[in-house]
Design a protein around this ligand. Structure first.
Ligand SMILES: Cc1cc2nc3c(=O)[nH]c(=O)nc-3n(C[C@H](O)[C@H](O)[C@H](O)COP(=O)(O)O)c2cc1C
Length: 135
């Protein structure tokens, strides 16, 4: 069964640029190996992540993520079964976004999902919009 999980969290203020880089590389590599798609957005002191893939795998990864000290105050926004994954065609399937230009391209991508009535796309669009326009 496929599912999606989406949450927001607060970055640990002690993280350095090198720590961020290590985290981004680690998640990219692991998710590609596990066939997990989605995005990890870092803007200011916020992480926003959408994950999609096999539900057993995803639940196991999410348990690890929740215990990770590199962030805190995890607010779960979505955790439910889906019919199909929708981020496989964005970038390389799973991507990390920490610049405004790429956040805009994610915004455009999610707009096309919305135009095609893909499940949860209205929800993703609203969150990405708020990330783009809040300071
Ligand atoms: C914000 C954030 C997002 C993360 N996202 C993922 C992820 O998408 N996939 C993943 O495997 N690990 C992710 N991790 C890392 C996990 O918490 C954990 O460190 C990693 O899965 C290593 O597990 P291991 O003990 O199996 O090596 C994330 C960590 C943080 C802080």
């Amino acid at each position: 069964m496929l599912k999606t999980i989406c949450y927001k969290s607060q970055t640990n203020p002690v993280l350095t640029l090198i720590d961020f880089e290590a985290l981004f590389n680690q998640t990219q590599q692991k998710n590609n190996n596990n066939n997990i798609t989605g995005v990890l957005v870092n803007k200011n002191d916020i992480f926003f992540q959408i994950l999609e893939g096999d539900s057993i795998l995803l639940d196991a990864v999410y348990e690890k993520i929740k215990k990770d000290h590199r962030h805190s105050k995890i607010t779960e926004l979505l955790n439910k079964p889906i019919k199909q994954v929708c981020f496989k065609s964005f970038d390389i399937g799973y991507s990390v976004i920490n610049d405004t230009e790429t956040l805009y391209s994610l915004h455009r991508f999610v707009k096309t999902l919305q135009d095609n009535n893909i499940e949860n796309s209205d929800f993703f669009f609203k969150i990405i919009e708020s990330l783009l326009y809040e300071n």
